[in-house]
Write a protein that binds this ligand. Structure first.
Ligand code: ADP
Ligand code: TPW
Ligand code: MG
Length: 579
């Protein structure tokens, strides 16, 4: 379909030459396809428009977005769901930079993705002579991803793609940047020679089998515990060791706590879940088994008043440099979680794990008290909905669903939804992750819908939604079964904060209290609802899911009810002078 223009002396020769020629752009698409890439998320323009067209021509799905950050987030979440790198395609400089936030976020979270950007002329960039969208992208990308490569020659394309794939999925997964120069995309190459360069990497994410000694050491410490606890992280969810994790937990009877995106790896209503006794188990556990979870800020670095100071850690991680990052790890298990769990489960036969019934009973008592507190919060009926009464309306619907994905972003909207909405299946909850980043919502929702073909319910705070809200058009253009719920309290955390200077400008946290986000989807032909009561919300959500079409529900929340910074207000700077 695409013709290469080369000026030859005679017409016959031109025909012969072009028949046998291909070019960098076609070779790139060929290499991606042969590596099993079935979808590209992106925004086109010079110099990658034809690349996207040709990808579509050969049967790769191309999902065009309104902003590269959302395309990158979609690619990242598809990587998390499939263990294959999601691909994000962007133009040079500004498009590249727009995608870079998502690439960095993927790297921090351990999601495999490859951002492919076109770039301008090397010689002009290197001498800073002012090329169209000129930027030294490969070097800019380096601190934000696992690896950053540039392909300069068409004969290196297969190698370059293989390197990018390996870097993204091996070890701790993450983001990779792949720079394709305009010169490369137009570089001619003999078809047969190009064909000979093609290959796909063998075993790109090799198993990493832990030593028997590390498994035995861990099981001995586990067997000595009086109050053990398992913490499941999103690395465990990613690894897809679901059956062995279930066996290990159920066979030993050990209580478990899921990190946010590991919810559903074991069902939230499982009798061994200690989620409702989180504070109690962290303060009291004497041995904690971290399965694909880091001791970062989300676990108070394993230190301080939230933790038993004498706790011993067993940690399963594919990245051995993670051990001792915050606390000494008594039993590091360096390996991939599939292999590690397999050996741990086998090792249970030769170790006598017996969990103290008193520990189980104490957790149960603590859970009962907290469950009651939660039920009380959920059962209030304030005149204007608060987060809990609204979530009661959502829970009434989602508790009956299994076959759907939940995307969640915001502050109060994030924390309260996580605590109220149970997950029952692995890798179904997708959220702000390690950085607590706003704006992942629409990209994750679209990425999940495209990757799985399933229904997605995305719950956004009104501020969070604003970061990627224009992707509603993408949802409608691709007719995706996504129901977006905006918890609209007219602000970041709260909608009723004053301007401390007394002027008429809205406060830093104030957004429009009477904004109607439902009107946005109407512009693109989608279905809208505006709800002010839990029952209306339940009805709207039921209808929305049943329709399998794009729906946006604006859910009016009392502007005065949010907590500053949600559940992490303690992380704000402690300024001496209070206004
Ligand atoms: P959470 O936020 O849920 O606590 P983190 O993202 O902090 O989870 O931690 C995930 C950990 O899982 C990372 O340290 C990462 O190296 C590890 N990990 C990811 N995939 C695997 C795997 N297949 N096998 C072992 N460890 C893994
Ligand atoms: C990329 C800082 C954390 S939470 C939040 C912001 C702006 C929005 C909270 O308001 P929302 O939710 O979404 O309406 P709610 O229910 O509490 O009212 N920029 C980025 N990421 C982050 N985390 C911020 C800013 C922030
Ligand atoms: Mg809000």
């Amino acid at each position: 379909m695409f013709h290469i223009e080369i000026n030859f002396m005679n017409t016959d020769q031109t025909q012969v030459q072009t028949q046998n020629l291909t070019d960098g752009m076609h070779i790139v698409v060929d290499a991606l396809k042969r590596n099993g890439i079935d979808t590209i998320y992106g925004v086109v323009g010079i110099p990658v428009t034809d690349l996207a067209r040709h990808a579509q021509e050969v049967g790769i799905r191309y999902i065009g977005f309104r902003h590269e950050q959302s395309a990158g987030n979609a690619a990242a979440i598809s990587g998390f769901l499939t263990k294959k790198p999601g691909i994000c395609l962007t133009v040079s400089a500004p498009g590249f930079l727009n995608g870079l936030t998502a690439l960095a976020n993927a790297t921090i979270n351990g999601f495999p993705m490859i951002q492919i950007s076109g770039s301008s002329s090397r010689s002009i960039i290197d001498l800073q002579q002012g090329d169209y969208e000129g930027l030294d992208q490969m070097n800019v990308a380096k601190p934000f991803c696992k690896a950053s490569y540039r392909i300069n020659n068409p004969e290196d394309i297969a190698i370059g793609v293989a390197r990018a794939i390996r870097a993204a999925v091996s070890g701790r997964p993450g983001g990779v940047y792949l720079d394709l120069t305009t010169a490369l995309l137009s570089a001619p190459m003999d078809k047969d020679t190009a064909e000979k360069t093609m290959f796909t990497p063998i075993d790109p994410a090799p198993a990493y089998i832990p030593s028997d000694a590390s498994i035995n050491r861990a099981l001995e410490i586990f067997a000595s515990a009086k109050k053990p606890l398992v913490i499941l992280g999103k690395g465990a969810a990613y690894a897809q060791a679901d059956a062995n994790i279930k066996t290990f937990i159920e066979k030993t009877g050990v209580p478990f706590l899921p990190m946010s995106m590991a919810k559903g790896l074991m069902p939230d209503d499982h009798s061994q879940s200690a989620a409702a006794a989180r504070g109690f188990v962290l303060e009291n556990a004497d041995v904690v088994i971290l399965i694909g979870a880091r001791l970062n800020w989300l676990l108070s670095h394993g230190k301080g008043k939230h933790w038993n100071p004498d706790v011993k850690f067993i940690q399963l991680d594919i990245d051995a440099s993670e051990f001792d990052s915050n606390r000494s790890i008594a039993a590091p298990i360096a390996g991939d979680i599939v292999s590690s769990m397999d050996l741990l489960v086998k090792g249970l036969n030769s170790h006598n794990i017996k969990i103290d019934q008193l520990w189980i009973d104490d957790i149960a008592k603590n859970k009962t008290v907290n469950d009651q507190k939660m039920a009380d919060k959920l059962n209030t009926n304030p005149p204007l909905m608060n987060y809990y009464s609204a979530l009661r309306g959502v829970k009434a619907v989602l508790d009956k669903q299994r076959d759907y994905y939940l995307v969640n972003e915001g502050a109060n909207t994030l924390d309260d939804t996580r605590n109220v909405i149970n997950m029952y299946e692995p890798r179904k909850r997708l959220d702000c992750g390690t950085w607590g980043v706003m704006g992942i919502g629409m990209g994750f929702a679209i990425g999940a819908a495209i990757t799985t073909g399933k229904t997605v319910v995305s719950i956004h705070g009104d501020s969070a939604f604003g970061f990627s809200g224009m992707e509603v058009e993408t949802v409608c253009r691709f007719k995706l079964p996504i129901t977006m719920i905006v918890f609209n309290n007219g602000g970041i955390y709260k909608g009723d904060s004053p301007n401390l200077g007394g002027g008429t400008d809205p406060s830093p946290t104030t957004l429009m209290p009477d904004a109607r986000y439902d009107k946005i989807i109407e512009a693109f032909g989608g279905q809208s609802y505006y709800v002010t009561t839990p029952d209306e919300l339940t009805k709207a959500l039921n209808e929305a899911i049943a329709s399998k079409k794009p729906v946006l529900i604006d859910c009016k929340i009392d502007p005065s009810v949010g907590l500053e910074s949600g559940h992490i207000g303690n992380l704000n700077p402690k300024t001496i002078v209070k206004d």
